[in-house]
Design a protein around this ligand. Structure first.
Ligand code: ADP
Ligand code: BMX
Ligand code: ZN
Length: 292
């Protein structure tokens, strides 16, 4: 099987062989539909497959089509027939799963299934989430389960109230995504700043960067407490390039001190790191095949 992880910023691809990735590589996510189609055609030539293509993908999916919840991320994905397009290119069956849901399943399996109520949170281009409850991955109606990036945050963006690309006000994604960190830093510093520089500043203890990362960590800690109160999660894995940036998980752990002890769920860095989506979708499809 070939596994693909399509995010708002990058596309990763690998062969899935005996429960492991081989020949992994990644390319930037093109901004326009024609460029994106060209990139997919090129990947299909480099990674031919007869058996199945497993895709972890940003957006909500019913298994055939894909919808961008945040319409600012991929403008041409509005009930886009993604499975049909990829089947045409690879000429094999295609399975689609939300990227953070795939990652949650990957972390559950690779943690030896010991945390039967687990949430994965990706802090990346957006903020995504996946839930394993009572040992089962929750996909939900139209694949929406776990879209915690679009829960309203009581901790607001530092550059003022913001309507998210999903249409809601002050979503977690407008506070804690890589896009949001860069936007807040740019607006408050008065010049262009990206998420990588925000973290460099945070680690160098620069005032503005510390404020932005601390505020984002408070919002994530609150989300974790809210989800614990709603669903009884027992373990949280943090991934995505922002979640994996040195200092971010420690900032979330510190921010949890503002919560009463009952709501401080254990948090750790995703053990699969940047491969959680690829490995997760591989495990998920293998799991479905065994249960058929
Ligand atoms: P995707 O959303 O496609 O899965 P990533 O997980 O790489 O991709 O997330 C992309 C976001 O992470 C962008 O906002 C980017 O600026 C930010 N980012 C990438 N590398 C780092 C880093 N080392 N430290 C902090 N932020 C990063
Ligand atoms: C957004 C949403 C989620 C996704 C999350 C993380 C879109 C296109 N995606 O909240 O489905 O799981 O981002 O995705 O609306 P990433 O692109 O940051 O990896
Ligand atoms: Zn939103």
């Amino acid at each position: 099987m070939i596994v693909l992880d399509i995010g708002g910023t990058k596309i990763a691809i690998a062969r899935w062989y005996n429960g492991e990735l081989q020949d992994r590589m990644q390319i930037p996510m093109p901004a326009s539909e024609p460029e994106w189609k060209k990139a997919m055609q090129s990947l299909a030539r480099q990674y031919p497959e007869k058996d199945r293509l497993g895709v972890a993908v940003t957006g909500s999916t019913d298994g055939r089509t894909i919808k961008a919840i945040n319409r600012n991320v991929i403008s041409f994905w509005n009930d886009y027939p993604l499975a049909e397009f990829l089947e045409g290119e690879w000429r094999c069956p295609v399975s689609l799963l939300n990227d953070a849901q795939a990652a949650a399943w990957g972390e559950f399996v690779e943690n030896a299934k010991q945390h039967r109520n687990l949430m994965f949170v990706t802090l990346s281009t957006g903020v995504g989430g996946g839930l394993v409850l009572d040992g089962e991955l929750r996909v939900g109606h139209l694949g929406l389960a776990g879209h915690v990036g679009h829960v309203s945050s009581a901790i607001k963006p530092l550059d003022g109230d913001r309507t998210c690309g999903c249409g809601r006000l002050n979503c977690l994604e407008t506070v804690a995504s890589g896009t949001a960190l860069a936007r807040q830093a740019t607006s408050l510093a008065g010049h262009a700043v990206d998420a990588v520089s925000v973290f460099a500043g945070f680690r160098a203890k620069e005032d503005l960067a510390v404020k932005i990362v601390t505020n984002s960590a408070l919002a994530v800690a609150q989300l974790i407490a809210d989800t614990h109160a709603t669903l009884g999660i027992e373990h949280v894995c943090i991934g995505g390039s922002v979640g994996l940036a040195p200092g971010m998980v420690d900032a979330i752990l510190s921010a949890q001190q503002a919560q009463p002890p009952l709501f401080r769920v254990p948090v750790q860095t995703a053990i699969l790191r940047e491969d959680a989506g690829l490995i997760g979708v591989g495990h998920w499809i293998s799991h479905l095949a065994r249960n058929d």
